[in-house]
Design a protein around this ligand. Structure first.
Ligand SMILES: Nc1nc2c(ncn2[C@@H]2O[C@H](COP(=O)(O)OP(=O)(O)OP(=O)(O)O)[C@@H](O)[C@H]2O)c(=O)[nH]1
Ligand SMILES: [Mg+2]
Length: 394
């Protein structure tokens, strides 16, 4: 499951170059000076991104290292045009952001279903010499070359477009809430960092309406410096309309925990703090006791709400308490005009940091294949018995 969610790919893309125009002078038996008739070259294919709401990861692009459109054909005699190159259309999930693979500079993004963005334009075809005939030069002996192709290595990152994003420490109960309000089946366990990749769920609301909720890995103090799973997953809440913070009722200091989360978000992107926020105090069914087992004072929700200046709602996912009130509150926030804007500027990415991050991730992939025997590792004698049962000796 974890391996199927791919939100980063690096691909070399090239558009097609334009076909050359043709230099040709028409000759026929009784028409020795038929004049110029070289046709135009075809245009090169473009590399185009196409938003597709049925995709939710970049998995299908993971092993694709090159994407190239084809070149335009050359023009021919008798004013025949060259064939146009074929466009290459890359299907991407909505919320895909494209950066330059060398500089990290933002190039474009695809937000909507069916949206088409030309990533690399194909070269224009050259004009044939037929175009250049004039009163003073009736037999031009030149034609235009085609425009060159464009090439670029790009990094595509998915920034999931969900309505509500969950923010909390590990073990706060984020995945549990998602499993209760939606049909998603995230992994839930009593240890930190159960969730390693973002999960999405569709929350059905009254009268057949629904909204989308994103559960991301837990954040800890120092995440902005790379602690825990770091902050790389925060990009999946960058464009959520509402952030739902979660702090368990068992926490000794709810305000402190909330402020740590807020600070880490700010480190990642200060614009995140402009979003609407709600605080859910989770696990209210659990006894509020400190480490020694002594009871702690009950939570004063009104005071908490005043002090933090946000709406605070108690919930228990296990007992299904407070969930409907929470859904109502989220729905109200989602439909407020000022929360509809999910535009956010995409700062350039730091290539060295991001590649290191991704390579760290790759280690997991390699571990899966630990047992694989590579035939080219065999050096001296071939001990064929060793390879019995792996397929090729039968
Ligand atoms: N009693 C009680 N336990 C809960 C409640 N919600 C979650 N839990 C428990 O808390 C533990 C952590 O829950 P998760 O949903 O995995 O927490 P998470 O925030 O997704 O954690 P990470 O994925 O590690 O960031 C699990 O053992 C849950 O069963 C609740 O409302 N009441
Ligand atoms: Mg989780």
């Amino acid at each position: 499951m974890a391996g199927n969610f791919i939100d980063y790919v690096k691909i070399y893309c090239r558009s097609g170059k334009g076909g050359a125009g043709c230099m040709h002078l028409h000759r026929a038996k009784y028409l020795p000076k038929g004049g110029p008739d070289g046709g135009d070259g075809g245009k090169g294919g473009s590399v185009i991104l196409h938003g597709n709401r049925n995709l939710w990861t970049l998995l299908h692009l993971k092993y694709q290292k090159h994407i190239m459109a084809t070149d335009g054909g050359k023009g021919g005699q008798s004013r025949s045009f060259g064939k146009d190159g074929e466009d290459k259309i890359i299907e991407v999930p909505c919320g895909t952001v494209v950066y330059d693979g060398e500089t990290g500079e933002f190039i474009c993004e695809v937000k909507h279903h069916d949206e088409r963005v030309v990533l690399l334009k194909g070269g224009r075809g050259g004009l044939g010499n037929w175009h250049f005939r004039t009163a003073t030069n009736q037999a031009p002996r030149y034609a235009q070359p085609g425009e060159p192709a464009q090439e670029r290595t790009v990094i595509m990152q998915l920034k999931v477009l969900a309505d509500v994003g969950l923010v909390g420490f590990p073990n706060a109960g984020k995945s549990t809430l998602l499993s209760v309000v939606s049909a998603a089946k995230p992994e839930i366990a009593d240890y930190p960092f159960t969730t390693l990749t973002p999960q999405l769920g569709i929350v059905s609301y009254r009268d057949g309406r629904s909204f989308c909720m994103a559960d991301i890995p837990g954040i800890i103090e120092g995440a902005s410096e790379g602690k825990g799973l770091g902050l790389r997953f925060l990009r999946h809440i960058e464009r959520n309309a509402v952030l739902l913070f979660m702090v368990p009722a068992t926490s000794p200091d709810i305000i402190a925990e909330y402020n740590i989360l807020l600070r880490e978000l700010e480190q990642y992107n200060p614009e995140l703090l402009t979003k609407a926020r709600i605080l859910a105090v989770s696990k209210t069914d659990m006894p509020r006791v400190d480490e020694e087992g002594n009871p702690m004072p009950a939570i004063d929700y009104d005071r908490l709400s005043k002090e933090l200046d946000i709406q605070v709602l108690p919930i228990s996912s296990v007992k299904n308490e407070g969930i409907d009130v929470l859904k109502d509150a989220l729905w109200v926030e989602l439909n407020k005009e000022q929360n509809q804007v999910i535009e956010i500027s995409h700062a350039p990415i730091d290539i060295t940091v991001i590649e290191k991050d991704e390579n760290d991730q790759m280690v997991d992939d390699q571990m899966v294949n630990e047992e694989t025997i590579y035939l080219n590792e065999v050096e001296e004698e071939w001990d064929l018995d060793k390879y019995k049962g792996i397929g090729w000796d039968e």
